[in-house]
Write a protein that binds this ligand. Sequence first.
Ligand SMILES: Cc1ncc(COP(=O)(O)O)c(C=O)c1O
Length: 379
Amino acid sequence: MLQPMLWKELSTPVALVDRDRVEANTTAMSERVARLGARLRPHVKTHKCVEAARLQVRGHFGGLTVSTLAEARFFGEAGFRDVTYAVPIAPARLDEAMAIASKLDELNLLVDHVDTLEALEAVSLSNRVISSAFLKVDCGYHRAGVDPESDDSVMLALRMHDAPHVRFRGILTHAGHSYLGKTPEEIREVGEQERQVMVRFADKLARAGAPPAEVSIGSTPTLSLCESLDGISEARPGNYVFYDRFQAAVGSCTLDDVALSVLVSVTGHYPERNELLIDAGALAFSKDEGPTHIDPDCGFGAILSVGDGRLLETFTLASLSQEHGKIRSDAPIPYDQFPVGSKLRIVPNHSCLSAALFDRYHVTRGDDVVDEWRPVRGW
Ligand SMILES: Cc1ncc(COP(=O)(O)O)c(C=O)c1O
């Protein structure tokens, strides 16, 4: 049983998760994707904990997307039966993947190279199983995935389709370049491009004789703002559970939707430099520079007053070392309002990276800590 606690009294630094905002964000995305006619296979990489995953799958079929094999194992043990490991797999880890797959209904792997397909076919044959795989497609982000315009990509899809021990589950993409958008309109354009690239490629594969059963897309900006999912069967957003300062800047959400923040303490006053020192640095926020394409001086997070949750607009989290953070201000800092030992709440630029630096989240409702969620860590 959790002892009654007020989050403002927790020892710092500590990750706070606003339960009502997680509830609202997960409900809104679940309804949005259903209304647009697709099924939701939410990504859990942002929080990596069972409680948030259960909220994400409500109203959908229960499938998840993960970014490590450790997550695949952990969520499988928690009862999630259909999991996509959405990172091209290192061939040396295929045996481990087979062991995890044997305990699930489906572990879908990604292929974007013929060598991976051959390694997957070989390991599936030796384990006497049929493995499920998506062809990873590059819809413009240029991180991973095959070129949908290339004939070689059609050939690879045909080989997957014909491989005796691989089930060609479909095609999958992630529009990470949506994060470069500056406005909701720009993000909607990337989302529409992501959709059209995938629908055209699915048609091409169907005509070539390798029809994809699933057409899977997913990024939080595009899925928070897109107006059509026609031709798309599955959506895999993840960050929206918490959102973050970056998503608020590009227009996927508002700062009031962000569910993750870090409670920190003021540990030093430096009036000669007009700075405050805090007890949290890169190991609480990461060094994600945030939406510098919108505000080059945005700093490492949005700083909120603990008393009333107000955004302290003149404050910037200007620099971070491992466990120190420096706050600067455009205006003279009223040091008497921020005595050493007082607290601030900081919304990180990138909630996935910041959350990954904590071994637990204190879940809050109003002033109270109502729960503690423990994420899986490791690879
Ligand atoms: C393959 C894949 N799918 C889905 C997602 C979820 O996207 P987001 O973090 O924008 O919600 C990611 C995130 O990196 C991803 O890499």
